[in-house]
Design a protein around this ligand. Structure first.
Ligand SMILES: NC(=O)C1=CN([C@@H]2O[C@H](COP(=O)(O)OP(=O)(O)OC[C@H]3O[C@@H](n4cnc5c(N)ncnc54)[C@H](O)[C@@H]3O)[C@@H](O)[C@H]2O)C=CC1
Ligand SMILES: O=C(O)CCC(=O)C(=O)O
Length: 528
């Protein structure tokens, strides 16, 4: 199988090396695509790799019939419609760590340039103006830097600003006083930071909650002559409010790497001499571009091959140690879900997933999603995956319960899936046998030992002499070879089941013939 990957923004050639090396990936590099061309191209691709320029809208995602993953070579995913991606089962991954250092260094470069008016002085010099009086700056030492958003980049900026002997005060909803103390910085509310700072730098993502957090009211709280840096996202600062605050001399200067609409042409903020700017260069270093492209390429390949992403954005991220522990159970969980889906045609109303033994010790949410994926796939098709399984189940009115139990029934690990529909409950349990792989060990209340793979027939019958023989003879007559057979019963002469693994898929008329045999109640074909 060859996966087609479209790279629609410029990515580091060294960084996409893992994709070039992969034998099963075909890369198409087509940057600066118009919206129309992107819509035309996208249905062919299994993966799309972007930076911040390509706008991956709902329209693009809905047009992308084969798309499994969108890789963002960078941090901010505000150019991707995450809701549409989740609804359509497209995994979005980013590269959150690769450009932290570059973005922090760029912020410090902008901060220093702003304080010392370096770009303005250089521009004047280029125009043959040796103007030493006009470009008098201020020192950073002893000034207070207010940081809004103390995540990866904010924290790196804080450390560097301390190196410049600035006082640092930060606001972040996840920052505690204790954590701030450990970092050697001050801690304040949003308003306190705005009021205390001589320089303010923002490092939040652009979200509904952070859009225009720096607005007219926020500027009013700041010190007169405050200077502002934005190397995070346009839109965090209200550009009109910033413009007015500069014109009114409330704000002495602003350094902007990002804008509400990019690219910009003749932006009014650039007409102000107090404003310096770069065209979204925070992550534009050889190192950062290589790092983010490598990280995202690895994740994209892993996902295309059915593995777990390191940095998923629209499914909960699973730490690598946890991933190692749960990965062996992935196959089993999907097969158990698929098995139950084939047992009946009634609408499933509720699913219970019980984890016991070793499984009770680990994070199992990804396994729950995978089980639900296996269950829903029968009716909803390949469109279902671990990203949208829970969302689709909810849409179909199915309630999912996840429970850890101590009931291992003698196995070192036991995964039990139970469904409830109008006609009652069905149950299947499986285990991972050390060195032997996955096994179904229980169907309803009958014990089994079956590899969850290939073509099977589950036959409910009356425990009577000749019942098994009649099934064997009929299958032989239809040229169906039986590979293995398991039999279980509740009591002698009572209800019993046969689980046959056969070498071909049964036709409906063959199933009907089985059901017409004496003492056979019901036969279900289960093809996994
Ligand atoms: N200019 C550029 O080229 C680059 C820009 N960025 C931007 O920088 C942003 C931050 O990146 P990271 O530090 O890696 O992300 P991060 O996720 O590590 O940190 C973001 C922080 O913002 C905080 N936050 C969220 N809402 C907040 C609010 N209302 N007030 C205060 N804090 C809030 C979060 O709690 C979190 O700690 C990215 O989302 C991206 O948009 C990132 C890389 C390069
Ligand atoms: O891809 C880029 O150069 C922009 C980086 C960025 O803004 C981000 O990682 O959020």
């Amino acid at each position: 199988m060859t996966y087609k990957v479209l790279i629609s923004d410029p990515l580091s050639e060294d960084g996409i090396f893992p994709l070039r090396e992969a034998g099963d990936v075909e890369i198409v590099l087509e940057t600066d695509l118009s919206k129309e061309l992107l819509l035309e191209r996208i249905p062919d691709f299994d993966a799309l790799l972007v930076r911040s320029q390509t706008q991956v809208t709902r329209e693009v995602i809905e047009q992308a019939a084969n798309l499994k993953v969108i890789g963002r070579a960078g941090v901010g995913v505000d150019n991707i419609d995450l809701e549409a991606a989740t609804e359509n089962g497209v995994i979005v991954v980013n590269a959150p760590d690769g450009n932290t250092n570059s973005a922090a260094e760029h912020t410090m470069a902008m901060l220093t340039s702003l304080a010392r008016k370096i770009p303005q002085a250089f521009y004047a010099l280029k125009q043959n103006r040796w103007d030493r009086k006009k470009y008098v700056g201020v020192e950073l030492k002893g000034k207070t830097l207010g940081i809004i958003g103390l995540g990866r980049i904010g924290a790196e900026v804080a450390a560097r600003a301390k190196g410049q002997r600035m006082n640092v005060i930060a606001y972040d909803p996840f920052l505690t006083e204790e954590k701030a103390e450990n970092m050697g910085i001050g801690y304040g509310t949003f308003a306190e930071v705005l009021q205390a700072a001589d320089f303010i730098t923002v490092h939040t993502p652009l979200l509904k909650e952070t859009k225009h957090i720096i607005n007219k009211e926020a500027f009013a709280m700041m010190k007169d002559g405050v200077q502002i840096v934005n190397c995070a996202r346009g839109g965090i600062i209200d550009e009109d409010a910033l413009y007015n605050a500069i014109v009114e001399k409330k704000v002495a200067g602003a350094a902007l790497d990002v804008f509400e609409q990019e690219p910009i042409h003749h932006h009014k903020l650039l007409e102000l001499p107090e404003v310096i700017a770069t065209p979204h260069l925070g992550a534009s270093t050889i190192e950062a571009q290589k790092n983010v492209a490598i990280d995202v390429s690895h994740d994209v390949i892993t996902i295309l091959r059915g593995g777990l992403a390191q940095s998923p954005v629209n499914i909960p991220s699973v730490p690598q140690e946890v991933m190692k522990k749960i990965e062996p159970y992935f196959y089993l969980s999907e097969k158990l879900g698929a098995f139950l889906a084939r047992l009946g045609n009634e609408v499933v109303e509720e699913i219970w997933i019980y984890y016991a033994g070793d499984l009770a010790e680990i994070e199992v949410t990804p396994l729950t999603r995978n089980t639900v994926k296996g269950l829903l796939k029968r009716h909803l098709g390949d469109h279902v995956n671990t990203v949208n399984a829970a969302f689709l189940a909810e849409k179909k009115g199915i309630t999912i319960h996840e429970q850890k139990t101590s009931s291992t029934k003698g196995f070192t690990n036991l995964l039990t899936v139970e469904t409830k529909s109008k006609s009652g409950k069905r149950k299947v349990a499986g285990t991972l046998l050390n060195g032997l792989g996955a096994r179904i060990v229980k169907v309803d209340h009958y014990s089994m030992d079956v590899v969850p793979e290939g073509h099977m027939v589950l036959i409910h019958h009356k425990d009577q002499p000749g019942a098994i023989g009649r099934v064997g003879s009929l299958l032989a007559k239809n040229d169906v070879n039986i590979a293995t057979m398991q039999v279980g019963r509740t009591e002698i002469g009572g209800d019993a089941i046969m689980m046959l693994v056969i070498d071909k898929q049964l036709e409906q008329h063959e199933l009907d013939q089985l059901q017409e045999l004496t003492d056979i109640y019901h036969a279900t074909a289960v093809d996994l």
